[in-house]
Design a protein around this ligand. Structure first.
Ligand code: ARG
Ligand code: ZN
Length: 486
């Protein structure tokens, strides 16, 4: 038997409190989308939209202006020189895309610093900014591929508009610079089609001063050093939503762990931490094996954490989770590791079709914590932990899990009632059908996006049961249904 050093119930009680519910939102910069047109690339361009322009949003129920119509991004090349001391960046993002309609102009989501130039297929074009939209005055022809390159420089600001909990986007402090962009902060540091549904591959080319290291999602693809600067290239070859893109620039040390099957494992840690790797990071391989048995194969070829300071959270940035160092002063870091790892299947490989579907991320990742309890201590412990969370939830005013609203996007309902929805589903359909549902979900949708209605339909298909009443009660009605026993 494994020695139980910490009673898991007490440990996870703290986790519940820490992981859910937005804290005070500090606005570091004005909300985007409110400023009038201020900057133009030429003297005589019109403000706002022009006749025949593509839509400036994708109509997400919570973030209607995020994303843009008219094109589908294939690849982002984000080429930036970063001065972490000043939080300054300077460079070019080149987007390769395919037009999905005929338009006279199109927009990119961009709330970043000053734009210097925009080209389409290498030729300078008119551009203008309107709030968090960067308009490009070039036509799109349905079905045709094009590339748009945006040069920009300055100090980006994270913002809290519509992103509860902490300001999202490009952030800096004395220890370095890092990106945590969920849900709407990607546009603070690169021009994007900033909605989860437009997944693309990414190349990062990040140039930083000696003494710091630049890491990003995916696989390292070479470095070059010259004149006190080092350029690191990172390739994310799997489709990725924009909010999951990250770059961290800080003094960092690579710490390898034994591979889990074919999955390369390693963390990037501040030098002081590298001498004594946090215990929570030493079991990632074991977690990958346990989760793979339940969810199907790990969906990428590598995984690890990059530890940053000043972040009271973690974010499941694809293949390289950004992990706030504050977790290590708590006993529940290991459960945060489990949570962020579970997100690689639920959130990263399979991504919600709209932000309203966020429980498909957070409920599932929180259920991953319960599964880690089950792995460590057995099914009764998992059941007891579910019951404890149920009691907490019953005593807490909480949002509708399937429609939490922007203010409670990362609130306790999405996390805990979301996880208990899966607990109830498992109790109803039995272990075999339940895990078959989870595995089919990933198999069917990895690399893409899917909605709650897709999950309900799949669960009914795999189990052969009518589950409408179960999901309605757990996701869309206020009264908390009774907690089923297994
Ligand atoms: N997805 C993160 C997690 O692992 C939380 C992100 C919260 N974002 C925010 N803007 N508050 O739970
Ligand atoms: Zn989460």
């Amino acid at each position: 038997m494994r020695p139980v050093l910490r009673p898991w119930a007490a440990v996870l009680a703290l986790l519940t409190a820490a992981c859910s519910g937005p804290g005070p939102a500090t606005t570091l910069a004005p909300a985007p989308g409110t400023a009038p047109t201020t900057t133009t690339g030429t003297a005589a361009v019109p403000a706002g939209r022009v006749a025949g322009a593509a839509a400036s949003g994708l109509g997400d129920p919570y973030f209607p202006t995020l994303g843009n119509g008219g094109y589908d991004v294939d690849h982002y090349l984000i080429d930036l020189r970063v001065d972490p001391e000043r939080s300054h960046l300077d460079g070019t993002t080149t987007i390769t895309a395919t037009a999905t309609g005929d338009h006279t102009a199109f927009s990119l989501d961009f709330a970043g610093p000053d734009v210097a130039a925009v080209t389409v297929d290498g030729a300078p074009v008119e551009w203008w900014r309107d709030g968090a939209e960067l308009w490009v005055g070039a036509p799109l022809v349905a079905g045709e591929a094009f590339s748009v390159a945006v040069g920009y420089a300055g100090v980006p600001s994270a913002f809290a508009a519509g992103s509860p909990g902490f300001p999202t986007g490009w952030r800096s402090n004395d220890e370095g610079t890092y990106v945590v962009a969920e849900p709407d902060g990607a546009r603070t540091w690169f021009p994007a089609n900033d909605h989860p549904t437009d997944k693309a591959t990414f190349t990062f080319r990040i140039t930083v001063p000696d003494g710091t290291t630049a890491v990003a999602n995916g696989a390292p693809a070479g470095t070059e050093t010259a004149g006190g600067l080092t350029t690191s290239v990172w390739e994310m070859a799997y489709p990725m939503s924009t909010y999951l893109a990250t770059v961290v620039v800080a003094p960092l040390v690579r710490v390898e762990h034994p591979a889990a099957g074919d999955v390369v494992l390693g963390d990037y840690l501040p030098p002081a931490m590298a001498d004594e790797v946090p215990e929570a990071f030493t079991r990632t391989g074991e977690m990958i094996e346990a989760f793979s048995a339940w969810f199907g194969p790990y969906p990428f070829d590598r995984y690890g954490h990059v530890v940053v300071s000043g972040l009271p959270a973690a974010l499941e940035t694809q293949t390289l989770t950004v992990f706030g160092d504050e977790w290590f002063s708590t006993p529940y870091a290991e459960f945060v590791v489990a949570h962020e790892l579970a997100h690689q299947w639920f959130g990263d490989a399979v991504t919600p079709a709209t932000w309203q579907d966020i429980w498909l991320n957070e409920g599932f990742a929180t259920y991953g914590e319960l599964l880690w309890v089950e792995h460590l201590y057995g099914p009764e412990a998992r059941q007891a932990e579910a019951a404890r969370r149920y009691d907490d939830l019953a005593a807490t005013d909480h949002a509708l899990t399937g429609d939490p609203g922007v203010e409670r996007l990362f609130g306790t309902s999405v996390y805990q009632r979301g996880a208990l929805t899966l607990h109830a589903l498992r109790a109803d359909v039995g272990d075999e059908a339940f895990f078959a549902i989870l595995r089919s979900w990933v198999e069917r949708h990895a690399g893409g996006t899917a909605a709650t209605s897709d999950f309900v339909a799949l669960a009914e298909e795999v189990s052969g049961r009518d589950l409408g009443a179960l999901f309605d009660a757990w996701l869309y009605a206020a009264p908390l249904p009774p907690l089923p026993s297994p």
